[in-house]
Design a protein around this ligand. Structure first.
Ligand code: AMP
Ligand code: MN
Ligand code: MN
Ligand code: MN
Length: 276
């Protein structure tokens, strides 16, 4: 069987628009054979999946942890982990507390901009377990403060804006430990998103590798062929396996559809080789 894996997606358990089952069905329709639902700092999607596995891809349990590396927000994906591992669950709980604290700080900052935030209405219709900036963005749109999500990030939540509360996340090493404890594969998410110089990106990859990191997202969403080649070369240079994922959040908006991205370069060892 040919593997068509999408190893980075979001559901309503964090900031995605589709319930875990809806996401799995959509991925299957796009030809995805292996799907990881990697919600921000939560494993709640796995409890939300129906028992009926017919017509859906094979599920690879995963998560996306928020961390800070040299003051930059860096995301670490964990793949093929045991979602019932106690060390991992303790990590998830700690991240949840940090997210709740951060959400209160974001609300305070917005309050100072003259925006009243009613906390219980933040998640809207979702059953989100972790509150992030996208929930604030939607709230700001619903309440008529901004036209759309993009403007919400531009004016209030994006880099350097009042609602951009950082420095609360742990070191990537911490996330790597939680993932390894649960028998999972730590993967550096979307390396091109951090806008690092190649020198700094090499330092990040070296640190990540030294801490026990095993993979890097060589393909993330729709990216240029040049980026895929560059990330492929870096994966080989640092002895990391290559992962691929859409980072799909919602059918509407700028998101890449599940499974709709370029293949991994042939020189890269696919990350699923590490568990199959
Ligand atoms: P947080 O987890 O609270 O740090 O929020 C980060 C999330 O916000 C990302 O995973 C995206 O889903 C979303 N996001 C970041 N920047 C933007 C943007 N400019 N427009 C829409 N969504 C964004
Ligand atoms: Mn997100
Ligand atoms: Mn991310
Ligand atoms: Mn993501």
């Amino acid at each position: 069987m040919t593997v068509h894996a999408d190893l980075h997606t979001h559901s309503t358990a964090s900031d995605g628009a589709l319930a875990p089952d809806e996401l799995a069905i959509r991925a299957a329709r796009n030809g995805v054979t292996h799907l990881a639902i990697t919600d921000h700092d939560t494993l709640a999607a796995y409890a939300g999946l129906a028992g009926d596995t017919r017509g859906r891809p094979e599920i690879v349990p995963g998560i996306e942890f928020s961390t800070t590396w040299r003051k930059i927000g860096v995301h670490i994906v964990g793949l093929n982990l045991d979602p019932s591992n106690t060390e991992l669950l303790a990590g998830v709980e700690a991240q949840g507390r940090r997210r709740a604290e951060r959400a209160h700080k974001i609300a305070e900052r917005l309050q100072k901009c003259g925006i009243r935030v009613r906390f219980d209405e933040l998640a809207g219709h979702r059953e989100a377990r972790t509150i992030g900036r996208p929930h604030f963005a939607e709230y700001l749109v619903r309440e008529g403060h901004v036209r759309d999500t993009a403007s919400a990030f531009r004016r209030y939540l994006g880099n350097g804006k009042p609602g951009d509360v950082r420095s609360l996340w742990p070191d990537p090493l911490q996330a790597v430990r939680w993932i390894l404890a649960a028998g999972g594969i730590p993967v550096l998410a979307h390396p091109a998103h951090y806008r690092l110089t190649t020198t700094r990106l090499r330092e990040l990859l070296r640190d990540f590798r030294e801490h026990g990191g095993l993979g890097v997202e060589v393909v993330s969403g729709q990216q240029s062929a040049a980026t895929t080649l560059k990330m492929g070369r870096l994966a080989v240079e640092f002895g990391l396996a290559g992962s691929c994922g859409s980072d799909f959040h919602a059918p509407i908006g700028p998101w890449t559809e599940p499974g709709r991205f370029d293949a991994l370069p042939a020189t890269v060892r696919p990350v699923w080789d590490l568990w199959t």
